[in-house]
Design a protein around this ligand. Structure first.
Ligand code: CO8
Length: 258
């Protein structure tokens, strides 16, 4: 499919998606959000790991597009927020791992996009923040939900109330991201991590993701019960038979994702 603002590359099992709006540091306007939603909906079995990054050297995504938001009234603001939130939720609930390779500014909606991904690795030049209150709005693409969930309310409230922008090393310290690499290493590291995932059983990864994501919002009995159910489901897969047979026969497993 042709996109105006997305660049898509398929490698072996890995799809790399670049958000590309160079004039606005990859800020998300409604067209980009709709393209992103369409792209997520179009993913098929060919993609077993998705890597999302920003085009260019300076920015992952510099937020929602302020020039578009400036004209919105209350119902339109509601709709714009809903569109972003739905697209990011679709990313979060994809049955495959999603890695954000944060190559530069991840501000506002950019930080929120990264947080909708399973894993965030960043360039040492990346910067993170939720500066919305400085514009008279609040994080509107689910940042008030995901940021405290990821790093705790204490620092999340500080970030959101002050709008401060933090460097990658600070983002690592507070647990917002998994790792920091030199800019030139970032994409290779993302692909390396994806390649490690590709060696494992796809259905098992998908069920583990479901168990972590859905279990997090349940109480202990609910979460443990959910894991129990999904664990049982693994034994209905050919990959479980293959993985255990390969181990017992000292050979490499050949997973089919079934
Ligand atoms: N929206 C629109 N345009 C942008 C954005 C943005 N978020 N960010 C940068 N741009 C544009 C600039 O206006 C500039 O355009 P031009 O060349 O035409 O003047 C171009 O990108 C380059 O930017 P700068 O010249 O400012 O580059 P600097 O290197 O000096 O600064 C910064 C880079 C620090 C990233 C700076 O551009 C900046 O502060 N950008 C805005 C960051 C921000 O506040 N992001 C949060 C936006 S709000 C948001 O994301 C809310 C999400 C939820 C929405 C819910 C809706 C209801």
């Amino acid at each position: 499919m042709e996109y105006e603002f997305l660049k898509v590359e398929h490698l072996d099992g890995i799809t790399i998606l670049k958000i590309s709006a160079p004039k606005s540091l990859n800020a998300l306007n409604s067209t980009i959000l709709k393209e992103l939603g369409g792209f997520i909906g179009s993913l098929d079995d060919k993609t077993r790991v998705l890597i999302i990054t920003g085009d260019g050297e300076k920015s992952f995504v510099a937020g929602a597009d302020i020039s578009e938001m400036t004209h919105l009234d209350e119902p339109q603001g509601f709709e714009f927020g809903k569109l972003g939130a739905q697209v990011f939720r679709a990313i979060e609930t994809l049955p495959i791992p999603v890695i954000a390779a944060v190559n530069g500014f991840a501000l506002g909606g950019g930080c929120e996009l990264a947080m909708a991904c399973d894993i965030r690795i960043a360039s040492s030049k990346a910067k993170f923040g939720q500066p919305e209150v400085g514009l008279g709005i609040i994080p509107g693409f689910s940042g008030t939900y995901r940021l405290p969930k990821l790093i705790g309310q204490c620092y999340a409230k500080e970030m959101i109330y002050t709008g401060k922008v933090i460097r990658a090393d600070e983002a690592l310290r507070i647990g917002l991201i998994n790792a920091v690499y030199e800019p030139e290493e970032l994409m290779d590291k993302a692909k390396e991590m994806a390649a490690m995932m590709l060696k494992n059983a796809p259905v098992a990864i998908s069920l583990a993701k479901q168990s972590i994501n859905e279990g997090y919002d349940l109480d202990a009995d609910g979460a443990i019960g959910l894991e129990n159910k999904l664990f049982g489901k693994c034994f209905a897969t050919a990959d479980q038979k293959e993985g255990m047979d390969a181990f017992l026969n000292k050979r490499k497993a050949d997973f089919k994702g079934e």
